[in-house]
Design a binder for this molecule. Structure first.
Ligand SMILES: Cc1cc2nc3c(=O)[nH]c(=O)nc-3n(C[C@H](O)[C@H](O)[C@H](O)COP(=O)(O)OP(=O)(O)OC[C@H]3O[C@@H](n4cnc5c(N)ncnc54)[C@H](O)[C@@H]3O)c2cc1C
Ligand code: FES
Ligand code: FES
Length: 495
């Protein structure tokens, strides 16, 4: 390969209605660096550089199924090449040429939703995405809260900001979508396919295949390339650990990996399906999972991050894996040699280690559909309600027939070097009457089954204690007791 074809391809995107073409952008350069340092569009701010604060939020959009799909993402942990061919909006692009503010901006002014203003561009972008997606459907406070779950403000307080989000729709609209924009995106897609056809042998530094066979061939020929999906884990290796990647293999444009297929016995979720869409598919079958889904990171991370990235990353505190294990999910690994399917828990061989071969990728996660008599719950214990990773996570799926546990499946996170299946506890439950004595015995088994470590999130003792308590909570809920929601309490301060 010559040096010339190892260079990244140019990045092209429509920003504020204008086509931008950027040459020689390194494959691991972030979108925020490109915006602030290369384009000098400094309206987008950098706070944490790790997807936590939302100061860097931008809106991206592409055409999916004939519709513009726009969503808020964190530019600090998004690779610049990933927006090639897309529409992009930052806070500079929202006002109209005649000086009118976007409803998100105007509402923040009217509701006094900004003080120092550092967080404001990020809030404006999350609100603009919400406004676009809501269309004519009313924006409730709850929906506003979810849309702003990835944005932190240190000084104003959230009430005026939420007021503003709910007020946006009463102001003159300023849609991001337009026929002109769609035409521009179509022209961009067309010129990209012409370019691809004219340089069939090029192996640029940022590889973004669009089909599974192409992805697998590139995986085989470039085992050194860093696989990246939503980049919400990998992005932090770049910004915090200063790791550099000479070549990146992006999975998010592979059609086969972006699909959710429903079969009578299982749902097949492609590895590159966003967390937002993957959880929507899971919640459709099991509505009780909604509150858990809402607690996975914040919305911009769920918009960018993928279910496959969570599973492949193999963090012992990854949230989806305990749930997927408890539901009896299988994963499918793919390579040019073919496919192999296995129970999810057997993917992990050690701390952040998997049995995936150098030429393999994670292709699909297969989640069994609920069966009659299933009781499934998942509990996440973290220091913050939203935008925080678990200290402990426990997912439980039981089948109880005539008062006896016939099937038990438990997945646990934060208590071992890998996401794990609580096999001893499952054995302690199976075949036993579903009563307090069984649950007490199973709690003791569960606490003894793992040796969690102490770290900044929680001590080992706390984790062990809480693990048993979560099983107790499941028991209480099965008896009709509902946990108190602190947000629903009418708290009165003493005079
Ligand atoms: C602010 C913030 C909050 C977060 N909160 C949570 C949380 O509440 N719960 C939680 O579990 N996680 C959380 N995370 C972590 C992260 O968002 C998730 O792990 C996410 O699912 C990763 O997906 P991704 O697509 O971004 O993966 P990436 O970062 O793109 O990749 C992660 C790893 O998976 C590999 N990979 C990705 N796709 C494939 C594939 N198809 N085949 C083989 N390997 C692949 C990559 O090579 C890399 O090693 C949070 C992250 C941030 C920044
Ligand atoms: S700078 Fe904090 S989320 Fe990006
Ligand atoms: S206005 Fe200062 S951080 Fe939000």
């Amino acid at each position: 390969m010559t040096l010339a074809n190892a260079l990244p391809k140019p990045i092209r995107f429509i920003k504020g209605g204008v086509l931008h073409t950027l040459h020689n952008v390194p494959p691991d350069r972030t979108l925020l660096e490109v915006l602030r340092e290369d384009l000098h569009h400094t309206g987008t701010k950098e706070g944490c550089g790790e997807g936590d604060c939302g100061a860097c939020t931008v809106v991206i959009g592409d055409v999916q199924g004939g519709k513009l799909h726009s969503r808020a993402v964190n530019s600090c942990i998004k690779l610049a090449h990933s927006v090639d061919g897309m529409a992009l909006w930052t806070v500079e692009d929202l006002g109209t040429p005649d000086g009118r503010l976007h409803p998100a901006q105007e509402a923040l002014v009217q509701c006094h939703g900004s003080q120092c203003g550092f967080c404001t561009p990020g809030f404006v972008m999350s609100m603009a995405a919400l406004c676009e997606q809501a269309g004519a459907t009313p924006i409730t406070r709850e929906r506003a809260q979810q849309a702003l779950s990835g944005n932190l403000c240190r000084c104003t307080g959230y009430r005026p900001i939420l007021d503003a989000a709910c007020r946006m729709q009463s102001l003159p609209p300023a849609p991001l979508d337009s026929p002109v924009l769609r035409k521009q995106l179509k022209a961009l897609a067309h010129s990209a396919s012409v370019d691809a056809g004219s340089t069939p042998c090029a192996h640029p530094a940022y590889l973004a295949p669009t089909t599974l066979p192409e992805l697998l061939a590139l995986r085989l020929s470039h085992p050194e390339a860093q696989i990246v999906a939503g980049c919400t884990d990998v992005g932090l290796w770049v910004t915090k650990q200063h790791r550099q990647f000479a070549r990146v293999l992006d999975t998010t444009r592979v059609t086969e990996l972006r699909q959710v297929d429903r079969y009578p016995h299982h749902i097949a979720i492609g590895a590159a399906v966003s967390l937002h869409h993957a959880f929507a598919a899971l919640v459709k079958d099991r509505p009780q999972l909604q509150s858990f889904a809402d607690r996975f990171a914040g919305l911009p991370v769920r918009n960018a991050g993928t279910l496959g990235g969570n599973v492949a990353n193999g963090s012992p505190i990854g949230d989806s894996m305990p749930l997927l294990i408890a539901l009896g999910s299988n994963i499918v690994l793919a390579s040019t040699r073919g496919y192999r399917e296995m129970p999810l828990e057997t993917l992990y061989t050690g701390y952040r280690q998997t049995c995936m071969a150098a030429d393999e990728v994670l292709a699909t996660i297969k989640v069994p559909r609920p069966q009659r008599g299933e009781r499934a719950r998942v509990y996440k214990i973290s220091k913050r309600t939203e935008d925080d990773i678990s200290a402990v996570c426990l997912a439980i799926q039981l089948h109880i027939q005539r008062g006896v546990v016939t099937r038990a499946s438990l997945g646990a996170g934060g208590v071992a070097a890998t996401p794990a299946r609580a096999r001893a506890t499952e054995a302690a439950l199976r075949g036993q009457p579903w009563n307090e004595a069984t649950v007490r015995a199973a709690m003791a088994t569960l606490r003894a089954e793992f040796s969690p470590i102490s770290d900044m999130r929680a001590s080992g003792d706390y984790r062990r204690q809480v693990l048993g308590n979560l099983l107790w909570r499941f028991w209480l809920e099965s008896q009709g007791q509902v946990a108190t929601d602190i947000h629903q309490l009418d708290l009165e301060l003493p005079a």
